[in-house]
Design a protein around this ligand. Structure first.
Ligand code: ATP
Ligand code: MG
Length: 702
């Protein structure tokens, strides 16, 4: 640098003198350290950037910023597509996910040390027509979901091609696809790569092959990655996917060679959402101008009524009148000030909210079923909010909650607490553990960028203390709790292309908060009732302990002439009356009643399940499987099913009779639904191993 500056030969004193009396001097040339570049030269350097080149450099935007996350993103994109395709075709999804460690030239290393993985995802969906396979898997921004307004997991048209591009970039291997559209058509095998300069597919191989599946798609990618269990891992993604998609049967072959069978627990394909037209409130001026140019309608009123949802021909005429435009005007002639007037007129007209049949929320029953099957707990509840709208896009918020550690664990904890702690010894109780938030957008679990997400912020902003759960300022609520939130929308406003966090629109925040508050209220009611019931039960146990003594003493005083059994019975009745009566038994789940006043909720007690667990279907399982929550696998349940069903029906009938009402209408539910719930009560009270020991230990402690 110094060498390029003019060296000064003048002494310092002379220079400083000059500075005190400056003389006007000609403008100095711009000092530069490099040869200057002309505009023409700069112009010659301008080049178009292809979308694939852009995302090759910015792969972190697509969720490929580190090897662990990249492995998850690849699996996620393939599984999401498979589920979307199956549901769109009305097929109950049967998905196989295989992740294998691959040796770099040699034998495959153990999964934890491997840096390369082969991912294979197979579905039983409709398959893909031959011509579409190369662009789908090797062209960014190519897909069937971007231009339509309808709820689906994918929306951008980048997902699977980006995963393939990441594989190509890190291992040099192409994506392999097998697809078949039906039993009579052949299966096609393709090996494709993306030409990143042109964003076009390169077909390396294509042929017809024999494939055992009658219909579906299989995609195989080799990518650089890291396999590690725990939070935000492939395993967690699979687990959480099943919670929000109980209609899916998923087989997961882990890199460690395990086979995890996650059975289908709900046998209905979600209702297929309808495609809707844009709502007038959701469009911006530029968009309106483009629509005016592209429309096939010849009249302005026809354009408004035909290209937007919720605009009737009469309303279209009204809008034209407000804008001062003729309903017979040609849409293409509406531009400039006229278009602005039209835009303002639309915004000032009262238009009905968009239809919501474009959404397919999970539903309270399915959420309850998913949470119950996968998470251990004592209390479960689910809330589906009515549809709302942000920027013209309809959406539905659903929330669920699983609280507690399951009755067995709760009992162990209770016993541990009986041992007094030494001074300074920390109490590792439930309260030290923070709640876990599981977030979903269009049924897809969101595993990264939690703190940037509107769902997480709404959970933090909810005052959980009101509902009996401790919470430090600005922190998650404490306790053994899993909070589930799902946003279903035709367009989920993600904060980035990697689809990891939901943007904060006021309408969305409000709906999430309302759903969480409802869950919190139900949890609060459950906790209060349980607390009260436990203390009443303890009192009753103490009374019962002394009844024996009192009866014997009275008998002795009366010289052995007292009717001992009668007195004992009377005292027991009195103890029962004084300790909340049957209500205490009810809350503690001892008399087969459901959680009254807590809609769409399940309470699990050592004695059994209170409330209605939504219907489970029974399928034969190939491999040994246990549900994520450690509850018995489906076959075992199937065996216990008939007995449990008979018992539960009998219990509810007797209870209903006691309350003087028809058995099936106990909780304003249909007979069929009530039946389902009882059928899958997997822990018949009498058969429960902890039921008797529990009662014994309580008596002992009293
Ligand atoms: N397994 C599959 N079966 C049938 N069609 C598929 C399958 N996988 C992908 N497709 C089709 O390929 C298209 C492109 O998939 P891609 O994942 O790239 O984008 P997307 O799912 O539309 O959006 P996103 O980028 O948000 O995932 C999809 O829109 C879908 O029509
Ligand atoms: Mg996709």
């Amino acid at each position: 640098m110094l060498g390029l500056c003019e060296p000064s030969s003048e002494p310092l004193a002379a220079r400083s003198r000059k500075q005190t009396h400056p003389e006007p001097s000609p403008p100095a040339p711009i000092a530069t350290s490099r040869p200057s570049v002309s505009a023409v030269e700069m112009g010659a350097r301008q080049r178009e950037i292809s979308v694939s080149e852009f995302f090759t450099k910015n792969r972190h935007l697509l969720g490929f910023d580190n090897p662990r996350k990249a492995l998850l993103t690849c699996v996620k994109e393939a599984v999401d597509n498979a589920l979307d395709a199956c549901e769109e075709a009305g097929i109950l999804p049967d998905i196989v996910v295989k992740v294998e460690a691959v040796g770099n030239g040699g034998p495959p290393p153990p999964a934890s040390q491997a840096s390369r993985f082969r991912i294979t995802v197979t579905d039983n969906g409709p398959g893909i027509v031959r011509q579409q396979i190369p662009p789908i898997f090797a062209k960014l921004l190519y897909g069937s979901k971007f231009h339509r307004l309808r709820m689906s997991r994918g929306q951008q048209g980048i997902g699977i091609s980006a995963a393939g591009m990441y594989g190509q970039l890190t291992t040099g291997k192409p994506v392999q696809i097998i697809s078949r559209t039906g039993g009579r058509s052949p299966a096609h095998f393709f090996e494709v790569q993306i030409d990143t300069k042109k964003n076009e597919p390169l077909i390396l191989e294509k042929k017809q092959i024999d494939w055992e599946s009658p219909r579906g798609t299989q995609v195989t990618m080799e990518v650089e990655g890291r396999y590690q269990k725990g939070r935000a891992s492939v395993d967690e993604y699979v687990e959480q996917t099943i919670i929000a998609n109980p209609h899916v049967k998923l087989t997961y072959l882990t890199p460690e060679g395990e086979t995890k069978e996650l059975p289908r627990t709900y046998d209905q394909v979600p209702e297929s959402p309808r495609e809707i037209k844009p709502h007038p409130y959701g469009i911006e001026l530029g968009m309106l101008l483009k629509m005016l140019q592209d429309t096939k309608s010849h009249w302005l009123s026809g354009f408004l009524a035909g290209d937007f949802s919720r605009v009737s021909p009469r309303l279209a005429e009204d809008i034209c009148k407000t804008a001062g435009l003729s309903p017979r005007a040609r849409p293409r002639d509406v531009h400039g000030q006229a278009a602005e007037n039209l835009y303002k007129a639309i915004q000032s007209t009262k238009i009905m909210a968009p239809p919501t049949n474009c959404l397919s929320p999970i539903g309270e029953r399915a959420i309850l079923s998913g949470l119950y099957q996968q998470i251990k707990g004592d209390f479960y509840t689910a809330v589906s909010r009515p549809p709302a709208v942000y920027r013209g896009n309809p959406f539905v918020i659903e929330a669920g909650l699983a609280y507690g550690r399951g009755p067995e664990q709760a009992q162990e904890d209770q016993q541990k607490k009986a041992v007094p702690l030494a001074e300074g010894e920390a109490d590792q109780s439930d309260d030290n553990e923070l709640a876990r938030v599981i977030r979903y957008a269009n049924r897809v679990p969101l595993l990264y960028q939690q703190s940037a997400c509107a769902i997480f912020k709404s959970v933090l902003d909810t005052t959980w203390r009101t509902y009996g759960v401790s919470q430090s300022r600005g922190a998650l609520p404490a306790g053994p709790m899993v909070i589930f939130v799902h946003m279903a929308s035709v367009w989920v406003p993600f904060t980035s292309e990697s689809k990891e966090a939901i943007a904060e629109y006021d309408e969305i925040r409000k709906e999430i908060t309302l759903a969480l508050r409802e869950c919190g209220r139900r949890l609060g009611a459950f906790l209060r009732r349980r607390e009260r019931a436990y203390s009443e039960q303890n009192r009753r146990d103490i009374f019962e302990l002394y009844i024996e003594e009192v009866v014997e003493s009275c008998n002795r005083l009366k010289g052995g002439r007292l009717p001992v059994a009668k007195l004992k019975e009377q005292l027991q009745k009195m103890a029962m009356r004084r300790t909340g009566g049957e209500k205490t038994d009810e809350v503690l789940g001892k008399n087969g009643s459901g959680p009254e006043g807590l809609p769409h909720s399940i309470i699990v007690t050592p004695e059994g399940v209170e409330g209605e667990v939504p219907k489970m279907i029974v399928e034969p399982l190939a491999a040994t499987a246990a549900n994520g929550n450690g509850h018995p696998a489906v076959e075992e349940k199937a065996v216990a099913k008939s007995t449990a069903a008979t018992k539960a029906t009998a219990k509810t009938t007797s209870k209903a009779r006691a309350k003087g009402r028809a058995p099936a209408t106990g909780r304003r539910e249909s007979a069929g639904r009530a039946e389902h719930g009882r059928k899958i009560d997997r822990r018949p009270r009498s058969a429960h191993p902890t039921a008797k020991s529990n009662a014994r230990s309580r008596r002992g402690k009293g």
